[in-house]
Design a protein around this ligand. Structure first.
Ligand code: Q46
Ligand code: ZN
Length: 308
């Protein structure tokens, strides 16, 4: 198999793009693609200050690496969840994230949930009704709260996450199965900031296959935490990803076409303007000042108060 660009030995074959590339050309091609989508969806510019949420996994660390290589001004945010799962999950992911930042001289903000809020995520979930079976609802709420707080307090122009095409296609699949219109209306590569203090968010990898991200991390020699969070096992999103992978195996490009056609349908007015939740205004939480849909305290403050 030959590289379609230089004729050398190809190491990555992407049937979905009818493209095979050698390591050198792939490591140039992927950031070029990411840059193309950042511009296409008007995510941010080179004069913006970017905050990348990094978990220690391949997608977020590779995203940080790509944005850094592309010359963006980008700091990292690592949230320590206090999850062990018998594999020292949080400790190891923090170690690898700090190592990554130190090697490149990049600024990393670390927020440890047990240190700041007095309890690890599984304990917090255990003590509130929200985490009867899995701590994911508590975890998601906590991560969103901290990401938004750090992005706003730090004066960042945009918060970016490492969601890749497989993540976005799986979310779209789940939302479509349930006709979750609220989620479908919001699903987009970039979400504008909203008053009071809801940070702008973007997903620069939304059109990049997970497999391409794994190849990038490997070829760049990025050391990342290979294990998923122990609580991810058996999740619906993993099930949807498996289903989509079966379709992809029979029809290369199926995942990409599912997601991109959705984006195009939205651009063509699939949703009526009145379905846009941006129309409804947000309130400032009376305790922490962060945005909340109903007046009073936000869900995060209510949850942490319950814990206290
Ligand atoms: S929500 Fe659930 Fe994830 Fe939190 S507890 Fe782990 S699996 S990390 S994206
Ligand atoms: Zn609050």
């Amino acid at each position: 198999m030959k590289c379609n660009q230089c004729g050398g030995k190809a190491v990555v074959q992407m049937r979905q793009h009818k493209l095979a590339l050698c390591a050198k050309d792939f490591l140039q091609w992927l950031p070029d693609q990411v840059e193309r989508f950042i511009k296409k969806y008007k995510m941010f510019t080179h004069s913006d200050r970017v905050l990348a949420a990094v978990s220690g996994g391949k997608d977020s660390l590779s995203l940080w690496d790509i944005l850094w290589r592309l010359g963006y001004s980008v700091d990292g945010l690592y949230i320590g969840l206090g999850i062990d799962g018998g594999i020292g999950y949080s400790d190891e992911s923090r170690r690898l994230t700090e190592k990554f930042a130190n090697e490149r001289g990049l600024r990393l903000v670390v927020v440890s949930v047990p240190d700041v809020y007095g309890e690890a995520i599984p304990d917090m979930a255990h003590r509130t009704r929200r985490g009867k079976t899995k701590p994911c609802a508590v975890c998601g709420l906590t991560k969103r709260h901290i990401m938004n707080r750090i992005a706003c307090e730090g004066g960042y122009d945009v918060l970016v996450t490492g969601h890749n095409l497989d993540d976005e296609a799986a979310a779209l699949f789940g939302n479509t199965l349930n006709w979750a219109t609220g989620h479908l209306v919001r699903q987009w590569p970039v979400l504008e900031a909203r008053p009071p203090a809801l940070a702008r968010k973007a997903k620069p990898l939304c059109r990049i296959y997970e497999r391409e991200m794994a190849a990038y991390a490997m070829l760049r020699g990025i050391e990342y935490i290979y294990d998923e969070c122990p609580y991810a096992e058996g999740s619906k999103s993993i099930y949807y990803k498996e289903l989509l992978n079966r379709m992809e195996a029979d029809r290369p490009g199926a995942k990409l076409s599912f997601y991109v056609s959705f984006l195009q349908a939205k651009e063509n007015g699939l949703f009526a303007p009145h379905a846009d939740p941006n129309a409804e205004s947000l309130h400032a939480c009376t305790t922490c000042g962060q945005p909340t849909s109903a007046p009073g305290e936000c869900a995060f403050c209510r949850m942490t108060l319950k814990v206290k």
